[in-house]
Design a protein around this ligand. Structure first.
Ligand code: NAD
Length: 484
């Protein structure tokens, strides 16, 4: 007999308690074997002055169960509060965010009747690392960090997911025509890892056309793997075109834990009315039951849910006189699913035991790339320099202070402005001065960089940041400015 699986449950804010009660009721009636620990997160906790929105006792439960079924929470407006979702994802090392987006034509109104795609989104790095700085009066910076290990982990997971679920194609989405190093790495790792999955079709799309195609022709996609920011944007597009944000669930998977939630928020506009659609959270719970090895219960619930949708029992968000027979509130919808436990859908393909018994997804083990021969050839010094004189005056000052190094170029936010530039420098305050060895191609030392910075400091110049210019195994590890 299956032991009760420990699960941490949070009822959340807004419609959270209504849809969680409905979901747990269905799970119980379907025979899910769960040992539930309830924690409090979100608005009430924030209001007690806890900036993370989660108390230490709740972490204890999560570290014990390693499985989290979470209702949506309301993120307070204003400074000081941290996003609980990002905190939980990072603290539990949930590197993969999986969002299946399916349309339920002809029972739920959608412009995309044959959509059945899964978005696998990297969850831990990219611009979401939250490393931001104000550098000058005029310029803010947000660092985009993409690692080979982070890329490989999510890409391997996507291929393993596709294989385990009998999917046929994996599409990589990036913007490597512009971000040649960060997104270029992601794309290269996709090509390298993809070669190990010869049975799967593979392709790559630039994010702009990729997003447009997801909105207009989502049926051409099967599994999509992408970086954090692009994944955030395209998965909302996909959910929206599938019919309603109230329908989709998601899983967040890590090496040592997992979190399951609806993709929508706490819907304060309809909270307390008992009319919210519990389907997104129920789908998340179905994903959780698969994760816990209770695939038979997951299928039973999924099939009853499909039959309910086919029978035209719909909550207000998907109700339409043309397609629906009964407008159900949250409780009535849950009761309709419970009544149909054990029934099979007639139109939709039922979830089957064969699919439930699919091999578990192999969690990728990733190691750091082997160390390269790394040589230092220069330094970019970013300057906060605000002066009525043209940028030539900055060049003159920098050349005079460059000691054993040589000023090679100055650019303004990536656009070359010195020397001999066709671009006219506009009145800015943020300049990148590139220094290299006096003899082109020679190596430089960290001590030479320290001497340069010392000279700039003594001259009262404000250097805001430096980036070293390395070669790795003879390959340039940095880009050149536009126009260089
Ligand atoms: P939302 O997803 O809560 O609501 C958007 C619209 O969709 C609303 O009109 C709402 O009524 C409707 N809707 C959402 N879920 C529904 C459901 N299950 N049934 C029927 N209708 C549904 O987005 P929002 O209004 O931008 O955000 C509200 C709050 O939720 C904010 O505080 C936001 O920060 C938070 N939020 C939390 C999460 C999360 O906890 N994972 C995710 C997104 C937003």
């Amino acid at each position: 007999m299956t032991q009760n699986a420990p699960v941490t449950v949070a009822y959340g804010d807004g419609i959270g308690p209504e849809i969680m009660t409905a979901t747990l009721n269905i799970l119980e009636k379907a025979g899910a074997k769960l040992a539930i620990e309830t924690i409090e997160i979100g608005e009430k906790v924030y209001k007690r002055g806890i900036a993370s929105g989660i108390e230490d006792s709740a972490w204890e439960s999560l570290s014990r169960t390693k499985c989290f079924l979470k209702a949506p929470i309301t993120t307070p407006q204003g400074g000081g509060f941290k996003s609980l979702n990002v905190t939980v994802r990072k603290s539990m090392a949930l590197f993969a965010n999986i969002r299946p987006c399916v349309s339920y034509h002809p029972f739920v109104r959608t412009t995309q009747p044959t959509m059945d795609m899964v978005i696998v989104r990297e969850n831990e790095e990219d611009l979401y690392a939250g490393i931001e700085h104000r550098q000058t009066d005029n310029v803010m910076q947000c660092l985009k960090l993409i690692s080979e290990t982070g890329s490989e982990r999510i890409i391997r997971y996507a291929f393993e997911y596709a294989r385990a679920h009998g999917r046929k194609k994996v599409t990589c989405i990036s913007k490597d025509n512009i971000m040649k190093m960060t997104d270029g790495l992601f794309h290269r790792v996709f090509d390298r890892v993809g070669a190990e999955y010869p049975e799967l079709e593979k392709n790559h799309m630039i994010v702009d056309i990729g997003a447009a195609k997801i909105a207009a022709a989502p049926h051409i996609f099967d599994v999509v793997v992408t970086e954090n920011l692009y994944g955030d944007i395209i998965s909302d597009i996909a959910a929206e075109v599938s019919g309603s944000v109230g329908l989709c669930g998601s899983s967040n998977i890590g090496q040592h834990g997992a979190m399951f939630e609806a993709i929508h928020g706490s819907a304060p506009d309809i909270a307390g009315q008992g009319i919210a659609n519990p389907s997104g959270l129920l789908h998340a719970a179905v994903l959780m039951l698969h994760h816990l090895g209770q695939g038979d219960v997951a299928d039973k619930i999924h099939n009853a849910w499909l039959k309910t949708i086919e029978d035209g029992v719909h909550t207000g968000d998907v109700f339409s006189p043309q397609f629906s027979k009964k407008r159900a509130n949250t409780q009535e919808f849950a009761d309709a699913v419970i009544e149909r436990l054990g029934e099979m859908p007639l139109h939709f393909k039922p979830a089957t035991a064969a699919e439930s018994k699919q091999p578990a997804i192999r969690m990728p083990t990733i190691s750091l790339p082997k160390p390269a021969d790394k040589t230092l050839h220069g330094v970019d010094v970013f300057m906060h320099w605000r002066d009525a004189r043209p940028v030539d005056a900055l060049a003159t000052e920098m050349k005079a202070l460059s000691n054993s190094l040589k000023l090679a170029s100055i650019d303004s936010r990536g656009l070359l402005v010195w020397p001999d530039s066709a671009a006219k420098a506009e009145n800015g305050d943020h300049w990148r001065c590139r220094f290299v060895a006096a003899n082109d191609g020679d190596k430089i030392t960290h001590a030479q960089i320290a001497q340069l910075l010392q000279a700039l400091a003594e001259a009262g110049l404000d250097f805001i940041k430096t980036e070293n210019l390395y070669y790795f195994d003879g390959q340039r590890g940095f880009t050149v400015a536009q126009g260089q």
